[in-house]
Design a protein around this ligand. Structure first.
Ligand code: BES
Ligand code: MN
Ligand code: ZN
Length: 483
């Protein structure tokens, strides 16, 4: 589907479906050339997501309720952009134009309105049909946003962000036999752009040389070799600092010898969602300019119970020399992240590190599928990330990381153990606490536990359901652009 921007109401009759947004209490205004009689709107209240269709001479017209003016925000616009695109598709329209009233541009700002509607239309039209033997072609070919001239840059930004998010979703949705650690690394290589983005992939031998015993310990039970992806983005102008984005890239997590139950084990294809989100950021950085040097680091491996697999009680040595007893092979994400964080400290020396990981089932219990857990080392970083997530509709909520959590990760036979002892509870805090000794010194650090939000959310029109959500990509780009 091609997204366009139309500045005037002329030639609207060239579209098979013309949609118009209307605030609660307002009459839908389709302009003069599309003669729609007033009684078509009788009883239409303009409540949020309310729709009413009517016929003009040559096309269908759809009024869509924006709800109360006081409740209008960009999340609602994103939802409505998605809703209109879905209605157009189910009406078999090849072309759709969406009329945006000037009043909402004045209220929310031209750039924000353009971005939200573009993101909504594109992400609401997202499908994953690759693996169907007879993929259903998309009927909707063009989606035009009819809005003032100054909405243009926002619409273009929305397109870039939505395409990056769709790239993340595509990686997430591939099953483990079609997206191995090697495939994830190849996808990262595909993002290289001369002069701006480079990519190094470290293979098994290189990981041994680097001393990444924890990552290799997780990979040992699989016949798929692990990879460490290192993407680098250099800004056009002077850099304001060095940022490392670290992603958990478990292309499948069976649990290893501490094997998971069969129910929903297929969902562990999504255990690379943090890594996919990091790759998605670089997808967007190919066409944006942010004032930071950005490093994307993804530890990619499977967690399998092969005959060489790590056994409960086995001790492995991290890249920074810390020894770890692996008491539960299913707490593998923290092992992979630990070595990648060491690599960040040794090779990148970042000012700030943000990691994204589907790390704990406990965060799903605590926060559900709409909000990700955040552990941040400074209040500034916490506030920045939270504001970015509020803007992009990817909500974050702070969770505690206390000394009791760190103490609970001290090992009996080695320095650390990978699961907490005793009745600590607080599974997400324990996971975060394990990472602390590996975080690069002097760097501000945030850990985002995205196990709940990476897939399976309730329907918000542009996101939700069984497919991957793409969580994190748009949030991180917004953070890089605004901080
Ligand atoms: N990838 C899982 C976490 C997960 C579970 C994500 C469910 C999404 C949905 C992670 O590797 C894991 O298995 N964590 C364990 C840790 C435990 C053994 C301490 C968990 O949360 O059960
Ligand atoms: Mn696991
Ligand atoms: Zn996992």
């Amino acid at each position: 589907m091609k997204l366009t921007h139309i500045e005037s109401h002329a030639r609207l009759d060239a579209h098979e479906l013309v949609a118009v947004l209307a605030l609660e209490g307002d009459k839908p205004d389709v302009g003069k050339e599309l003669a729609v009689r007033d009684f078509a709107w009788k009883g239409f209240l303009g409540e949020f997501r309310e729709t009413r269709s009517a016929d003009a001479a040559h096309q269908r017209v759809l009024a869509v309720g924006l709800g109360k003016a006081a409740l209008l925000d960009t999340e609602r616009l994103r939802r409505l952009g998605a809703l209109v695109a879905q209605k157009a598709e189910s009406a078999a329209a090849k072309s759709c134009a969406l009329i945006v009233p000037r009043s909402i541009v004045e209220k929310l700002g031209a750039e924000a309105v353009g971005t939200a509607l573009a993101e909504g239309a594109l992400l609401g039209s997202y499908r994953f049909e690759k693996a169907k033997s007879k993929p259903k072609p998309q009927k909707l070919e063009t989606f035009a946003i009819v809005a003032p001239k100054d909405c243009g840059p926002g619409i273009e930004k929305g397109r870039v962000l939505a395409e990056a998010c769709a790239f993340t979703r595509d990686l997430q949705n591939e099953p483990a036999n079609r997206l191995t650690p090697k495939d994830l690394a190849a996808a990262a290589k595909g993002l290289v752009k001369t002069g701006r983005i480079t990519c190094t992939v470290h293979d098994e031998k290189a990981l041994e040389k680097l001393g990444m015993g924890l990552l290799l310990g997780v990979a040992a039970g699989s016949r798929q070799p692990p990879r460490l992806v290192h993407l680098v983005y250099k800004p056009k102008g002077k850099s304001k600092g060095r940022v490392a984005l670290v992603g958990k890239g478990l292309t499948f997590d069976s649990g290893g010898i501490s094997i998971k139950p069969a129910a929903k084990m297929d969902e562990m294809r999504f255990d690379m969602s943090g890594g996919a989100a990091v790759l998605g950021v670089f997808h967007a950085l190919r066409s944006l300019d942010v004032p930071y040097e950005v490093h994307g680091l993804v530890g990619a491996t499977e967690n399998m119970p092969g005959d060489n697999a790590t056994k409960p009680g086995d001790i492995h040595v991290a890249m920074n020399g810390t020894t770890v007893e692996v008491l539960n092979t299913d707490a593998e994400g923290r092992l992979v992240l630990a070595d990648v964080l060491c690599y960040a400290g040794a090779k990148v020396k970042p000012d700030v590190v943000v990691d994204l990981a589907t790390l704990t089932g406990a965060v799903v219990t605590a926060l559900g599928h709409e909000v990700a857990g955040m552990f941040a080392s400074t209040p500034e970083l916490e506030a920045e990330l939270r504001a970015a997530g509020d803007t992009t509709g990817e909500r974050l909520w702070p969770l505690p990381l206390l000394d009791v959590h760190k103490d609970a990760m001290k090992g009996t036979f080695a320095d650390l153990k990978n699961i907490s002892g005793g009745d600590l509870g607080a599974g997400s805090s324990a996971g975060a606490a394990f990472l602390v000794p590996f975080v690069p010194e002097k760097a501000a650090w945030a850990h985002l536990d995205i196990a709940g939000v990476a897939w399976g959310g309730s329907n918000r029109d542009w996101v939700g359901g069984q497919l991957g959500s793409g969580f994190g990509t748009r949030l991180l780009v917004n953070w890089l652009e605004t901080r």
